[in-house]
Design a protein around this ligand. Structure first.
Ligand code: PLP
Length: 485
């Protein structure tokens, strides 16, 4: 391709992706945003990049000002929203918990941050994390700030420990969007959105996630013979995949770094038996098994960790973040001592890693999660929520599939009986729900799923109300887009 052609292609792609600020404002007017929200949105559009996340979720983004009890959020005009996102699964314990506030004040009075130095609060947190994360003791901790950090740390650590370059992950997993972690995250938004920046790490190999509703191999779960794990086994058995030379007992793979359930891809849960089988294949070859529990952890799925649903699976390393610290940024890599101690001092560093204020928030947040048994609450409330969603699936042809574990719930939308992904309909419903007072996250391989992750202290009456609003909006979408069974 000539240089001119390449520039033309870049410009064409950028044009396709570009948003129009005036249109966002018009959408906000059409969606009847309140006056203060409209005014703040106008100001934001003057000074905030249109590449920011809020502009991608709805036809116009709400201006979030405060939170209420359970799963309630309020905008700048005081309008109430049912919260089905928990700030991207960050607020499992709910909002403004007085115990966390008190812990923050106490810590802030002492010190909030000092380089990446140790203090007693942080050490207590490490002692707790090694006890409650999955995997065999003895374990140790390495801190980051964001989920992306945790993944970057894991990639460097497993390579340094094993002396092998390759990382294997699922297509469709989400592990962050830095230049490094973009190689692990294969979604449209990470690669095409910033075109022509390619993922920088080439020693990453991917295999399909078991998205059984739309099996990438075109099979059905009843008779697929678990082709997805067979495929992984094949990749590692044949020297022609470049990952191993089995006849010499060699492998180039440092680790599998995977999401146990796929979150950003739309809350997709693998079939029973999958994770155990994958783990077995990996461990038979003495490869490290790293689970990214950043979104699935802290009770969300009805157990403290998603891998707790599969007792035989003992990760070498677990990555945690999001709901760890009551809404403050914090992340940790927790792994077997031998691995964690294998690299030199200061091997990775970021100024706020392990900061004291966050450690105090994390200690208190984890105490709440454990003491209030939020995993059990998620399991119980998840069952109640799922019953409502299953009723809606029966009633509404637009609902193709519902998957849930605890309060980790994915809904897939279709526009006909051949399971055609209802992409534009899903986009429309997300904005309509916003207008009616509900925040949902639209996602999915085909942009046709809602990923629901309310705070785990959501009340039954809030769940009832959510089902009622869904019922209304699904019906409206079916009428508007003429969707019938
Ligand atoms: C599973 C998973 N891993 C990693 C990340 C990246 O975390 P962060 O956005 O805090 O960098 C996310 C974020 O959504 C995630 O869901």
């Amino acid at each position: 391709m000539s240089e001119d052609k390449i520039i033309e292609e870049i410009q064409r792609k950028k044009k396709l992706l570009k948003l129009d600020g005036d249109e966002i404002l018009r959408n906000a007017g059409r969606m009847k945003f309140g006056e203060k929200s409209l005014e703040l949105l106008r100001r934001a559009l003057n000074v905030e990049s249109l590449g920011a996340m809020p502009f991608s979720l709805y036809d116009a983004p709400p201006i979030i000002e405060s939170a209420g009890e359970g799963a309630l959020i309020y905008d700048a005009d005081g309008r109430e929203y049912l919260d089905m996102m928990a700030g991207f699964s960050v607020n499992n314990i709910g909002y403004h918990r007085p115990e966390v506030l008190e812990a923050l004040i106490e810590q802030y009075k002492k010190i909030s941050q000092y380089g990446e130095m140790l203090n007693e609060t942080r050490i207590k947190l490490s002692e707790l994390l090694v006890k409650i994360t999955p995997g065999e003791p003895p374990k140790k901790v390495f801190y980051g700030v964001t989920g992306t950090d945790a993944n970057e740390i894991a990639v460097k650590l497993v390579r340094s420990y094993t002396g092998r370059p390759y990382i294997v992950t699922h297509w469709g997993d989400y592990h962050g969007r830095s230049i490094g972690t973009s190689a692990l995250t294969s979604s449209f938004s990470t690669w095409s959105q910033t075109y022509p920046v390619p993922p920088a790490d080439t020693a990453v190999v991917r295999f399909p996630f078991p998205y059984c509703y739309r099996c990438p191999f075109g099979l059905n779960r009843d008779n697929c013979g678990m082709i997805c794990t067979n495929y992984v086994d094949y990749m590692l058995r044949s020297s022609y995949y470049g990952l191993a030379n089995p006849s010499k007992g060699l492998t180039n793979v440092a680790a599998f770094i995977i999401e146990p359930f796929q979150s950003a891809a739309g809350y997709i849960i693998p079939p029973d038996g999958y994770l155990e089988e994958l783990y077995k294949i990996v461990k038979e070859r003495d490869i490290l098994f790293v689970v990214d529990e950043i979104q699935t952890g802290w009770g969300r799925t009805g157990k403290l960790w998603a891998v707790d649903h599969y007792p035989g699976v003992k990760p070498d390393i677990t990555l945690v973040s999001k709901s760890i610290a009551g809404g403050l940024p914090y992340s940790a890599v927790v792994g077997r001592k031998e691995i964690m101690d294998s690299w030199g001092p200061g091997a990775y560093s970021t100024t706020f890693a392990g900061y004291m204020l966050g450690a105090a928030a994390a200690l208190k947040t984890i105490e709440i999660i454990l003491n209030e048994n939020l995993a059990y609450q998620a399991e119980k409330k998840g069952k109640y929520f799922l019953k409502g969603l299953k009723d809606l699936e029966e009633e509404h042809p637009i609902v193709g599939d519902v998957q849930a574990k605890g309060l980790y719930m994915g809904i897939e939308f279709v526009s006909n009986n051949e399971k055609k992904p209802a992409e534009k309909e899903t986009r429309w419903m997300a904005s309509r729900l916003l207008q009616l007072g509900m925040l949902v996250k639209r996602s999915g391989y085909f942009g046709n799923r809602f990923a629901l992750s309310p705070p785990l202290n959501i009340t039954e009456s809030q769940i009832d109300k959510a089902i009622e609003i869904f019922d209304r909006v699904f019906g409206e979408a079916e009428d508007k887009f003429d969707i019938k069974r």
